[in-house]
Design a protein around this ligand. Structure first.
Ligand SMILES: [Zn+2]
Length: 246
């Protein structure tokens, strides 16, 4: 029998999502079914269910994630729990949300992506940080805000809100981050013991501070360029381009 990667018990494993199903909306703002996109070469399927892994965790361990998944989905996808206190062109501020549940949600997605052997997540490899993430989840401890420091963004428009791309590594001033796309959000999570430097040293998820969701400009962004190249490579009509999409 395969071994649960979280508790290392030899036990029956379950279908486990890496990014929970609630972050795969049924339709995008174009009204089309969600597009699940992986890489420029490995396109792409329409998906309502998202990517799951049958070799990751047992039902007991999967249940550890359930609270975090549910809370994050309700907060970010359904607008429940928090209170929007400011909505500016460049960011939204949400007060009265749970730092613990939201931070642990992102840590648990990071752990799942790293522990998974699904090809879509192969670029996520935490090394020694994987066990640290596991410990935090096991102890229901979100850790310090600068550990796995997490930044949250949303694109201002366009298909990036409904397309999923594989997570990948990014470096800012030589500090390593992973970028995840989920449910129209872009998340940067620091996986590095060193402190972040400006402009990424502030506005991350912190206890006792409102949640800041930065707005990213889609047109002309590297994500826009990537989506356009992917669309061309699979000969999909111009729905990915806000200039041609109706
Ligand atoms: Zn387990």
């Amino acid at each position: 029998m395969p071994i649960c990667k979280f508790c290392t018990q030899d036990t029956k494993l379950v279908k486990a999502h890496i990014v929970p199903e609630a972050f795969y909306p049924v339709t995008g703002d174009s009204g089309q079914p969600m597009m699940l996109m992986t890489t420029e070469r490995d396109w792409a399927e329409r998906s309502h269910k998202g990517i799951y892994d049958v070799n990751l965790v047992c039902s007991y361990c999967e249940a550890r994630f359930a609270n975090y998944d549910q809370y994050a989905a309700e907060l970010l996808m359904q607008g429940r729990h928090g209170q929007i206190i400011s909505s500016e062109p460049n960011f939204t501020l949400i007060d009265r949300y749970s730092y613990r549940l939201l931070k642990l949600y992102f840590i648990s997605v990071l752990w799942r992506a790293s522990a998974s052997e699904r090809p879509e997540f192969r670029s996520v490899s935490l090394g020694p940080y994987q066990d640290r993430a596991r410990k935090l989840i096991e102890n229901d401890d979100p850790g310090r805000d600068t550990e796995f420091q997490t930044h949250l963004f949303q694109f201002d428009e366009g298909p990036a809100r409904t397309a999923f791309l594989n997570p990948h590594t990014e470096y800012f001033d030589d500090i390593r981050y992973y970028r995840f796309y989920m449910g129209g959000y872009v998340t940067l999570i620091k996986v590095d013991n060193r402190s972040a430097r400006s402009p990424l040293d502030d506005n991350h998820i912190q206890p006792d501070k409102p949640l800041a969701i930065g707005r990213l400009k889609f047109r002309g962004s590297s994500t826009h360029q990537l989506l356009l190249r992917m669309a061309r490579s699979v000969r999909t009509p111009g729905w990915l381009d806000p200039d041609t999409r109706q």
